[in-house]
Design a protein around this ligand. Sequence first.
Ligand SMILES: C[S@@+](CC[C@H](N)C(=O)[O-])C[C@H]1O[C@@H](n2cnc3c(N)ncnc32)[C@H](O)[C@@H]1O
Length: 473
Amino acid sequence: MKQELSQIPITSIILDEAIYPRKGIDHKRVGIFAENIRDGFKFDPIEVELAPETSDTYRLLDGAHRWSAYKSTGKDSVKVFIKELNGTDPLLYAAKKAIGPRQLTEEEARETARRAYKKNPKLNPVEIGKAIGRARRTVDNYIADLRAATQMGMDIKVFRMNRLGIPQDRIAKRLGLARTSFQYHLPKMAALPNSANTDLSQGFTVSQVAQKHGWTDPMVWSLALEGKDDQERFKELGWGLRTWDQWDFNACDERFGDDWPGRIPAQLIAHILFYFSRPGDLVLDPMAGGGVTPDTCLALDRRCWSFDIKERSRRPEIEPHTWTLSSNGLLTWPVSSKTKPDLIIFDPPYFSKKANDYDEKSISGFSQDKYLEFLEAFFVLVKHHVKKTTKLAFINADWRDFQNTPASEEAGKGGILIDDYLEILKRAGWQRTHIIQAPMSSQRFNAIVVSAMQKKRILGVTSRYVIVLKQSK
Ligand SMILES: C[S@@+](CC[C@H](N)C(=O)[O-])C[C@H]1O[C@@H](n2cnc3c(N)ncnc32)[C@H](O)[C@@H]1O
C-alpha cells in the first residue's frame, strides 16, 4: 500500500461518515489530545486518502480525534500520510485502525460489518472480522439477514438469465460466481417461482407480485403467461396486434426496458418477435441499451442474448461487450458457442444522433464513413456467426441534416438514408424481405418548435423503419 508523508491544510481534510466506523467523536478524548498538543506533544501523522471525485480534499482514514484536537487548537496545517488503498475497503481499513487504540463498541462493530457487507457483498466474513476485531461467527450473525437477501437477489438473477437461455458458464462469469457456488444456486431454480405463482393464482396483479418478491415486471409476466400462445400474450399485455406493415405506437410501454436514450417501444419488439420468430427461439440483441428486447423476450417466451458497451449491474442479462473495428477492419463475436441465434434484433444508435448520451466509444460519434464501414463489417460478421435461416431485423431511419435548413435546400450530403443501409446490407450478403414503417411519435415536439419549423419550411424526420432481411444465397 503506497503512502506519502505531507503537510496539508487542515481545512482540506473531511470526516466522511460513510467510512467512519465509530458512532461519533469522543469530546473528552479530543480535549485531552488538545491539551497534549498545546504542551508540545508530538502525535503520529494522521492517515487520509484522496476523497472520491476530488483532487484537493482528503478524507480521514485514521486520526479523527487528533484532527479535531488540531482544529480546536487553531492549527492550520497538519502532517498526514496520504494513503493509496488500492482496492482495500476504506471503511474496513478505518475500522482496523480504530480498534488499535480502543475496541469498537458492539453497536459500532455490527454497523461497520453491515455497512461494509452492503457495499460489497463479496467481502469475506473473516476479512470483516479481522478489521473490526470480532470472530467470524459474530460477523456471520451481524450480516445473516443481509446475506439471505443477497442470496435471494442472486437466485433471482440466475433464474432470469437461465430463463433467457444464457449458458451457465456465462451466467457464472457475469455474476462473479465460482462454479461451486453456482451449483448451490441452481437446485433452487425449480422452486423459486412457487410463491410468486401462488400470489398470481390468488388474483394479485403482475406488478403487485413483482414488488412483493423483488422481481422485475417482465419476469413475473413470463410466469403469468406460461402456457399461453403469442396472441393470448399480446391480449393479456394489452398490445393490439397490427396486421399490416405499419406499426404506429405513441409511447414506450414503461413496464419493459429502462428509461434509456433511444429506447424503443416494447410493442415494436413484440411485433418483430411475433412475425419473425417462434416461442423458444433464440434472439440476439447486440446493442441492447435499456433492455427492452430481453424484457419483451421474457414476456413472449423467447430466449435472448443481449450485449451493450455499457456495464449494467442491475441488468446482468445484458453482457458487456464493445463491438470494435480492429485495424484490419474486423470485428469479434462476443461468445463462442455452438448455439446460434434464430433472429437478430439490431437497434444501433442512429448516426450522429444522441452521440453525447452514449459512451464515448459508441458508434454514434463516428464520422459518416466510419459509421457505414462499421455497419458493413458488422453485417458481414453476423452472417458468419448465424444459421442459414437466421433473420435480421435492423431498426433505423433516414438521417437528414434538416435542423436549420428548408427542405428544398437540404444538400443531401453528410446524411445517411435508408437506401445507403440497403446498399451495404446487400453487399454484406443480406436480402431485404420486409420494410415496415414504425414511426417515432411526433408528440414530443412542442408547439413552438413545430411553428418555427413550419415558418422555415423545414421537413423533420419521425419516420423509422424495421428492415427485415434474410441471407442471400
Ligand atoms: C439506440 S440504443 C439501444 C436502445 C434499446 N433498443 C432500448 O430500447 O433500450 C443503442 C445502444 O448501442 C450501444 N452501443 C453503441 N456503440 C456500441 C458498441 N460499439 N458496442 C456495443 N454497444 C454499443 C449504446 O450504448 C446504446 O445503448
